[in-house]
Design a protein around this ligand. Structure first.
Ligand code: ADP
Ligand code: ZN
Length: 509
């Protein structure tokens, strides 16, 4: 195998997991592979394509990004054909006829193509010796990028005369998504390979409720080693204002979002990749297929909507393995923005999943535990010890017992039977006599005003901590209500205590 690797692909040795995955496929076994972006996934299906007799079918939503890959395959003596979703019927027919006449080693298709029965029938006339499903989490409703057309892969497999070995690849999959991939693709006794998701050179920070503008300017005045940097914003509008802020303060920077003309997007991307601009303010439209190894900082100016997106975006820092920073600036308005966006656009079926993932993201922003541990646990990997290197591990503010405050919050939720959201619960405890509090009779509750002396932001933070620690849950509506959970009673009865670091402002740059 090493000889083939060297002769056909010009590599001296396999990367971790590559050889095992390839062996499995050559043995005819299904594979589920969790490899980080840049981990060398392509070789895992290109290698079998080079040695197996028939066609290796690659299904990928990123097919538009694969032209380079196809061109570079020529050096390996491999013939590859791309069928994306933009071909006309006529172009498609011609392409398929050419394929039947002279079958390539690799056939890349966009999943949307599988909607056509005729297309599937034609695939059936070919000898397919291996199928690779790229970005396999797209088949899972619990994935962060669900694409209905991925469901058709199952139909394709059923209709194929033969059942070649199937390899599913993804860079981010939680245990629940893994299970969904296995079930929906019908992987048979798959060999599961998971790369280490930990990126020790990335330092993780969460900074809560700070003046983000001031913080950002201070951060970028603090030294050149912060650059190149990407600053992610949730909305185009916010990206615009952050770009203006940085430019006005004399920091050269570009902006990238989906609303720009393609030519402008291309230009700013190249300027950033070639180090003509050191800072790039972007929405999540930026990054797919981008390979810039020396990004030193990824700042999330807003909280993203789930941990998969977060780690994918933050993980664009430090591909070269050198120390790099991933900083998340959390603002209390972030969850509100996301709930609005989710309720505007998401299909109904997906909504509760998307909202639940948002809750997990919010919890990450409020936890006191090691951030790396929390993140890796989410991806099904449990490190034994705290990293000692994240903003939580490095936070030496003394811990304070907040059991009493927590009990008051839980009692208020209990007395009001979970009918109110965080804002109302906080208002009651603060002792508000607003019209809405009085109308609902909440000023007569026994907990009314019990946290009168607390900063209202602090009460909100306690609530967030309770949710993040599982003592409270939020319903999934547009205006979420607080609910007690199975864990609430142990805290209410004082059988456990809750502590936190008692500061509002989360750290210095
Ligand atoms: P991804 O997993 O993101 O699809 P790629 O397959 O594009 O990653 O691989 C990323 C880079 O690593 C490519 O430039 C590829 O040539 C290189 N690469 C892959 N396997 C090896 C190997 N065994 N030895 C050296 N370089 C490799
Ligand atoms: Zn840590």
């Amino acid at each position: 195998m090493e000889q083939t690797l060297n002769e056909r692909f010009g590599h001296n040795c396999f990367r971790p997991l590559q050889e095992d995955i390839i062996r499995n496929l050559l043995d005819g076994r299904d594979v589920l592979a969790l490899l980080p972006t840049g981990g060398g996934k392509s070789l895992c299906y290109q290698f079998p394509a080079a040695v197996l007799p028939g066609i290796t079918l690659v299904i990928s939503p990123l097919i538009s990004l694969m032209k380079d890959q196809v061109d570079s395959l020529k050096a390996s003596g491999l013939r590859a054909v791309l069928i994306n979703s933009t071909l006309t019927e006529r172009q498609l027919r011609l392409a398929l006829e050419a394929i039947e006449e002279q079958p390539p080693d690799l056939l890349y298709i966009a999943p949307e193509r599988l909607k056509s029965d005729e297309f599937i029938a034609r695939l059936n006339r070919l000898t397919i010796s291996c199928i690779a499903v790229d970005e396999a989490h797209c088949i899972a409703q619990w994935g962060h990028d669900f694409r209905p057309s991925y469901r058709k892969i199952g139909r394709l497999l059923e209709s194929l005369g033969q059942r070649p070995p199937l390899a599913a690849f993804t860079a981010t999959a939680t245990p629940i998504v893994r299970q969904e991939i296995i079930e929906r693709l019908g992987l048979q006794d798959p060999a599961c390979h998971q790369a280490d998701f930990n990126r020790p050179n990335l330092r993780l920070d969460v900074i809560r409720d700070t003046d983000r503008q001031k913080w950002l300017l201070h951060f970028f005045s603090s030294g050149q080693e912060t650059r190149p940097a990407v600053i992610y914003c949730t909305t185009r509008k916010e990206a615009q204002s952050v770009r203006d802020l940085l430019l006005n303060a004399g920091h050269p920077c570009g902006m990238y979002h989906g609303g720009l003309r393609p030519a402008d997007r291309q230009q700013v991307q190249e300027d950033f990749l070639d180090d003509r601009i050191p800072l790039l303010v972007a929405t999540n439209a930026f990054g797919m297929g981008i390979d810039k190894p020396d990004i030193r900082t990824v700042i999330h100016y807003n909280m993203p909507r789930d941990l998969e997106s977060y780690y994918q975006e933050a993980g664009r820092a430090g591909r070269d393995g050198k120390p790099s920073r991933c900083i998340l600036l959390y603002g209390p308005a972030d969850p509100v923005t996301h709930r609005q966006l989710i309720h505007q656009v998401t299909y109904n079926r997906q909504k509760h999943i998307t909202l639940e993932k948002l809750e997990t993201m919010i919890a990450y922003c409020h936890t006191d535990r090691c951030l790396r541990t929390v993140l890796l646990e989410y991806f099904g990997q449990a490190p034994a010890v705290p990293c000692g290197d994240c903003s939580n591990c490095l936070d030496d503010t003394p811990r304070e017992d907040i059991t009493r405050q927590a009990q008051m919050i839980l009692s208020t939720v209990h007395y009001t039977k979970g009918r109110f959201g965080a804002a109302t619960v906080a208002a009651v405890l603060k002792g508000s006599r607003s019209a809405s509090v009085r109308q609902k009779g909440l000023d007569r509750l026994s907990t009314h005003g019990l946290l009168k002396s607390e900063d209202p932001m602090m009460i909100r933070r306690y609530i967030n901590i309770l949710v993040s620690e599982g003592y409270l849950a939020r319903t999934s509506g547009r205006f979420p209500l607080l609910q007690l959970t199975a864990r609430s009673s142990v805290l209410l009865r004082g059988e456990t205590r809750l502590t936190t670091r008692h500061h509002l402002k989360g750290g210095k740059p």
